[in-house]
Design a protein. Structure first.
Length: 211
């Protein structure tokens, strides 16, 4: 099967995005070591030499791909929590993090490929820190708005602590739901997430119910 992307005259920004997309495709299929510059170029429909116009090294291309992957997850979950009251925004944000398209086997493959680089490469560690803080900031804002709407006084330190705990909870359920989706009923992971968040935030049972 021909996996080359169709050629079109792209702008600088578009061409860079196409190269990042091709990088993610190759990593999802072959892992970081298997995703060679030659393979990425073929997938993007360009020459290896053109890649160097946008990325001086393969590491730079991998870093851009990792940043786009993580930013994309945050953007997807944040977009799901727009235009509603604080309670609904918080609930939808949580549900978006543990349901498709975020719970996706390709996303898991990419995450697993990149995560091993974080302890070894300061650039990857910096991207991880950047994406983690962005996600945590979104969650803290949702929690702050939620508590304010309930007229419940929660300090900034408490809100941060709740956000860190919720992030850990979400990560665990995301991993379970992505690794073995066939083990769970429809909405079981999402329902478990909501019940767990209610308990963690000391809310009455059913307060964030999916119903």
């Amino acid at each position: 099967m021909n996996t080359r992307r169709s050629y079109h005259r792209a702008s600088e920004g578009e061409r860079r995005e196409e190269l990042i997309a091709a990088t993610l495709d190759c990593i999802a299929e072959a892992g970081i070591e298997g995703a060679t510059v030659r393979q990425i170029a073929a997938r993007a429909g360009v020459t290896p030499g053109l890649i160097r116009h946008y990325f001086m090294t393969k590491d730079q291309m991998l870093q851009a791909a990792y940043r786009q992957l993580m930013n994309g997850i945050t953007q997807t979950t944040t977009a799901a929590a727009q235009g509603h009251d604080p309670r609904t925004r918080l609930r939808q944000f949580i549900v978006a993090n543990v349901t498709p398209p975020v719970t996706d086997s390709r996303t898991l493959s990419l995450w697993a490929a990149f995560i091993s680089h974080i302890p070894l490469d300061p650039a990857f560690a910096a991207i991880h820190r950047e994406s983690y803080l962005a996600f945590l900031g979104e969650l803290e804002k949702l929690l702050s708005d939620f508590f304010e709407d309930r007229k419940r006084t929660v300090s900034a330190a408490e809100c941060r602590s709740y956000a860190i705990a919720l992030n850990g909870l979400i990560d665990g359920l995301w991993l379970e739901g992505t690794l073995a989706p066939d083990m769970f009923e429809d909405n079981e992971i999402a329902g478990t997430a909501i019940v767990s968040v209610e308990a963690l935030l000391r809310l009455p049972p059913g307060d964030l119910s999916l119903a």
